[in-house]
Design a protein around this ligand. Structure first.
Ligand SMILES: [Zn+2]
Length: 628
């Protein structure tokens, strides 16, 4: 099976790249841009900045402590290798194959005799191996190497990359195993890498090593740092925690591994701990976009309800990691709410990051941009994650390769199978087939212009008795299912049809796509008195480009009594522009009087994922209200 995540058991089984193809549409076009532009873009930046040459320098004995790149730059090469491997598995593109061979050969030369592989530690004048577990990222890098090897193993088979990864994993097990050093990495990732590599190879000891790393965490195993041990989740054992905290990507990579270990070990206590953390974190610490991480200081989760739109960090990588967690939970439990969050995150975080041409990216994904960013220079490394514009590359450039690997393997997240049929969770023009344990082979073709349209036509490809289940998103109250020309209402959750299908017949799911107002919990102080507009799975926003004069976003309030109206590609709401008072002090003994000079206009909204496509702009998702 060619799937990024393959648990040995679970409520449903993932369908992989060999069973599912995205044939066009919203995600098909993004996969194509990823393939033709993003992958080579990433490689050329890593070459240009010397991150690839770091491997050559180790091999040639010319490395130094001040080598280019941060301690985690090796991981970008591995994430690119993972992306290329999924891409090759998806299309058989010979350029992807050539790039895999080219990069693998350079990585191979840098591996030490005993399996250790890192370009920042342990060679020449560099600090010794594992001398900075808190911030050195050595095991983190290795985790990404293992994930790359999983992609290669499942799409191609055993090759040099897989052999490198085996030697590296064995080195980790020897060094940090039960009889070794009782250390953990400051940035979780080795755990999820080991668990999946263990599953891919049938090597129990790698899964056991992942469990060991998980259980060691949360006991003050790492040195304390100014941000506190919660930053790297070493404050509370994962089984005892109630909510995600600290650095969001770290928390989520760790949690993904916890699901893997819980499933492989039949550890229900651990699984329910993760479900409990998901529930509270999604209810209280997650943005309407699915974005996670409210704090810039530590790229971390805030307290419950601490969700400021303008200071939202919402790192793109945290979106990727959130999908990793929810997908694993979905496979384990079959619970549709996990697929709901995946959809929200895909459309409003993952799709937001890359530019239409796939060569510039958002790192942070705020919900309110107060001042337009400065136009980005395509030839420049952005020093800042929160520049207000997409950047070609970053000083810390974790997000572009994370987007690349997610898009290249995206069809692996669309559908699942159980013993009686298949379940479709994400809608895209696609072909999907499954092999059931008793030999039945349900196969369908999905035709849709989703999310532009809410009509999803599922064409049955062969005769057979089985169950088709279609996810009805939580927002889709009023959805209908049409079979044999008869429509029936279906509730959010899974809409199922079980019968003897005939080849050629079509089941149609109609999701209501009228734009709608969405109100925040009143405890989210930062957006109290505001409303957002959503359409289908897309969060919409207002951009300064669409207002009659600059600065209009600060003068805008919308009328909640006049509901949003549909418009191709977005919506319109009724809003007023009133010049804010120009005062010497922002506070007053009396509430601000309504402005006299009020102009009522129709305000266009567009999908948040397309913001700043027309150049730098100011933007907001949450809109203040005022009745007309
Ligand atoms: Zn990132």
């Amino acid at each position: 099976m060619t799937s990024p995540v393959l648990p040995s058991h679970g409520r449903v089984r993932p369908l992989g790249l060999a069973q599912v193809s995205i044939t066009g549409g919203f995600w098909g076009s993004r996969q194509a841009v990823n393939a033709t532009a993003t992958l080579s873009h990433c490689e050329s930046w890593m070459e240009r900045l010397g991150w690839l040459a770091n491997f050559d320098r180790v091999a040639d004995g010319t490395t130094s402590p001040d080598r280019p790149g941060w301690s985690f730059s090796d991981s970008e090469v591995y994430k690119l290798l993972e992306a290329l491997s999924w891409e090759w598995g998806r299309t058989g593109d010979p350029e992807a194959e050539a790039a895999i061979k080219r990069l693998t050969a350079r990585v191979a030369r840098a591996q030490d005799q005993d399996g250790y592989l890192n370009t920042c530690f342990g060679h020449g004048e560099q600090p010794p191996r594992y001398s900075d577990l808190e911030m050195g990222h050595e095991l983190y890098n290795t985790g990404h190497l293992l994930q790359a090897a999983v992609a290669r193993l499942r799409t191609y088979g055993e090759d040099e990359l897989v052999r490198i990864a085996r030697r590296a994993a064995d080195h980790v097990c020897r060094t940090f195993g039960p009889d070794g050093r009782a250390g953990i990495c400051g940035h979780p990732e080795i755990e999820v890498g080991l668990a999946e590599f263990g599953r891919a190879l049938g090597e129990e000891r790698y899964i056991e090593q992942a469990r060991l790393f998980l259980d060691r965490r949360g006991h003050g195993t790492l040195r304390d740092i100014p941000l506190g041990r919660a930053y790297f989740q070493d404050d509370i054992p994962i089984r005892q925690a109630d909510v995600w905290r600290g650095h969001a990507v770290r928390a989520l990579y760790l949690t993904a591994a916890a699901v893997d270990v819980a499933v492989e070990r039949g550890d229900d206590e651990l699984l329910s701990a993760v479900e409990r953390q998901w529930e509270r974190s999604v209810a209280r610490r997650t943005y309407i976009t699915g974005g996670m991480g409210s704090r810039h200081q530590d790229e971390g989760f805030g307290e419950d309800w601490e969700l400021p739109p303008d200071r939202a960090y919402c790192e793109t990588c945290a979106g990727v990691a959130s999908i990793m967690v929810s997908w694993r939970l979905h496979l384990a439990t079959g619970d549709v709410r996990y697929a709901d969050l995946i959809e929200r995150t895909l459309y409003n975080v993952i799709a937001t990051s890359p530019s239409p041409d796939g060569t510039a990216f958002f790192y942070a994904n705020p919900l309110h941009q107060r001042a337009s960013g400065r136009p980005a220079d395509a030839d420049e490394v952005s020093p800042r994650a929160e520049a207000g514009v997409r950047a070609a590359w970053f000083d810390v450039s974790c997000c572009p390769t994370n987007v690349a690997r997610t898009l290249a393997g995206l069809q692996g997240y669309l559908a699942t199978a159980d013993d009686d049929g298949l379940q479709i969770h994400q809608y895209a023009p696609s072909t999907i087939r499954a092999e059931l344990p008793d030999g039945r082979e349900p196969a369908v073709e999905v035709e849709t212009a989703y999310p532009e349209s809410g009509t999803i036509r599922v064409r049955i490809m062969n005769d057979g008795l089985w169950t088709l289940a279609l996810r009805v998103p939580a927002w889709a109250a009023g959805a209908t299912l049409v079979e044999d020309g008869r429509a029936r209402p279906v509730e959010p959750g899974m809409a199922t049809v079980r019968r003897a299908f005939r080849a050629g017949e079509v089941i149609t799911l109609e999701l209501p796509m009228e734009p709608r107002f969405t109100w925040p919990d009143p405890r989210i102080d930062a957006v109290r008195g505001c409303v957002a507009v959503e359409r289908g799975p897309e969060v919409l926003c207002v951009e300064s480009h669409d207002l009659p004069h600059p600065g209009g976003l600060d003068a805008l309030a919308i009328d909640p009594l006049s509901g949003p109206r549909a418009e191709p590609g977005g919506a319109r709401v009724r809003g007023r522009l009133a010049a804010p008072p120009d005062r010497l002090w922002a506070y007053s003994g009396a509430a601000a009087a309504s402005a006299a000079d009020v102009e009522w206009i129709d305000v266009p909204l567009r999908p948040y994922h397309s913001w700043a496509h027309r150049g730098p702009s100011s933007m907001r998702v949450w809109l203040p209200i005022e009745k007309e």
